[in-house]
Design a protein. Structure first.
Length: 429
């Protein structure tokens, strides 16, 4: 059976939650493979709205959810999210949710460092959520992280906390922030252990058995390709790899397990936080997109910056992200707009580029090169077949396909679960 990996093809917030939820009905297991609780997926199911940060979206469909080793986990945030979802009627137990025992933990000291460093950056702040994701990933690669499995070994916690606090308290003191006591952190972790450990296991083994039995696995990414720590608009990026290749490493499987890669993109473009955004609109059109699209971050609540669809950016995401099919969301937000623009490249100091160069100074100076296309007067909202779409909306989709060099295989025409048009089944062998 084919597996499917879903990643964002812009700067995040493209509607991955709905697409994962919609495809999860045909999967057996849904795996979250990177990021932390800085990411958010909103799912609208009838009268219920589920806002997930760490939990795999497939849990809403009653599927087995797995949090892989590529995720950094704030145990307190995870337990609060589980409780919140239970209050909304979801059945979340160690039978429905498994956590990689080698996943790193986010501690309160990580969030403190995150906030203190952002404050010290002043006008050059990156725009992090302040939740400690970056510092937790730093500890992982510096080999001083505390992992889920360490909660079962109090003696390991002792010396790991010594090493961790030697580093972080020095930084906090230098930044003029409050430092942390080892015993307080240790006691909190020991108290959390009985609530977290029942979910923990070597998930790589479960996934290997699932593949052997022919189960369908859906890998769920957070953020998006242009926030990838290697391939995104550095340094205004997240702290993990968000491309499809990370699904294998972040779950404990070989690269052949990734399967078909579906990239999610809005029919326009948004970004939360700081960093370059060549097609951003600061005018009435940008505000209209934000109002129609209800553009506020699921996790942060911050208003998203809005702009025209950037085909050059998405083409880059397609190439480096391994995207084989594009899911285009929020097409209905463009209804009734007389004229639309698509970014097809950039002009920097008089030179033209088909992609954003890696240098921060060059990215900041990038001006979009636009192609203008006629809008449509009809409505796409709620459409469930191509026959229901205005002819000009179809032309817009076709032009996007040409520019990004990737077929649009799925369309979302409203937040509702079933307002979806599927052209190519990503689970097909």
């Amino acid at each position: 059976m084919a597996n499917v990996t879903i990643i964002g093809a812009q700067w995040g917030d493209e509607g991955k939650g709905k697409v994962v939820d919609w495809l999860a009905s045909r999967a057996d297991i849904v795996v979250r493979f990177q990021g932390g609780h800085n990411a958010g997926h909103t799912l609208v199911v009838g009268n219920q709205t589920y806002k997930l940060s760490l939990l795999p979206s497939g849990l809403v469909r009653g599927k087995l959810g797995i949090i892989g080793n590529g995720v950094v986990i704030d145990p307190s945030a995870l337990l609060l999210e589980i409780e919140r979802m239970r209050d909304q009627g979801l059945h979340i137990t160690p039978e429905t949710l498994r956590i990689a025992d080698n996943a790193p933990l986010i501690l309160p000291v990580h969030a403190a460092i995150d906030r203190a460093r952002e404050a010290a950056r002043g006008e050059r702040r990156i725009g992090t959520t302040g939740r400690g994701i970056g510092p937790a990933y730093e500890d992982k690669v510096a080999r001083r992280a505390i992992r889920v499995c360490d909660l079962a070994e109090p003696e390991t916690l002792d010396w790991r906390l010594d090493e961790l606090l030697l580093h972080h308290n020095t930084l906090l003191a230098g930044l003029g922030a409050e430092t942390f006591e080892k015993q307080t952190l240790r006691n909190d972790l020991i108290a959390l252990a009985p609530q977290i450990l029942p979910f923990a296991e070597p998930v790589w083994e479960r996934l290997a058995e699932a593949r052997k039995s022919g189960a369908r696995i859906l890998f769920e990414g957070a953020q998006a390709v242009m926030l990838d720590v290697d391939h995104g608009t550095y340094p205004y990026v997240t702290s993990s790899n968000t491309v499809a290749g990370q699904a294998a490493a972040g779950a404990g499987l070989g690269p052949d397990a990734v399967g078909r890669v579906l990239g999610i993109a809005k029919a326009y473009c948004t970004r939360v936080g700081s960093g370059p955004f060549p097609t951003e609109l600061s005018d009435a059109t940008g505000r209209l997109l934000g109002e129609r699209g209800h553009e506020f971050g699921t996790v942060t609540g911050r208003a998203r910056r809005c702009g025209w669809f950037d085909a050059a950016l998405v083409r880059q995401a397609v190439k480096v992200g391994g995207i084989q099919g594009l899911a285009l969301t929020k097409l209905d937000v463009l209804d009734q707009m007389q004229e639309l623009k698509i970014g097809i490249g950039y002009r920097i100091d008089g030179a033209e580029y088909r992609h954003l160069p890696p240098g921060a100074a060059a990215q900041a100076k990038a001006e979009p090169i636009y192609e203008t296309i006629e809008g449509w007067s009809g409505s796409t909202r709620g459409a469930r077949s191509y026959a229901e779409l205005p002819a000009q909306a179809i032309k817009y989709i076709r032009r996007i396909e040409e520019l990004v060099e990737c077929p649009v295989t799925l369309l979302s025409t409203s937040p509702e679960r079933d307002d979806t048009i599927l052209m190519t089944d990503p689970f097909a062998d």
